[in-house]
Design a binder for this molecule. Structure first.
Ligand code: SF4
Length: 67
């Protein structure tokens, strides 16, 4: 699988937490509940759940780019 780059649009994230629930090995939530990529896992960590997490976001704040 080619490396991927995750972009979270923090200005539209509503802190729903679906991403962290779906792919907890890639996403976490900051103190305010907003999505964050776990440090060092910006490439998706090879997670098969990454795309599912992006789809699960209710406001489509997560985009994934193939590098
Ligand atoms: S699922 Fe979307 S809205 Fe919810 S925390 Fe993740 S990025 Fe934010």
């Amino acid at each position: 699988m080619s490396p991927q780059r995750i972009d979270i649009k923090t200005d539209i994230c509503i802190g729903a937490g679906q991403c962290a629930l779906t792919a907890p090995d890639v996403f976490t939530q900051d103190d305010d509940g907003f999505s964050q990529v776990i440090p060092g896992r910006e490439d998706g960590n090879g997670s098969p759940l990454l795309r599912e997490a992006a789809r699960a976001c209710p406001v489509a704040a997560i985009s994934i780019r193939e590098e």
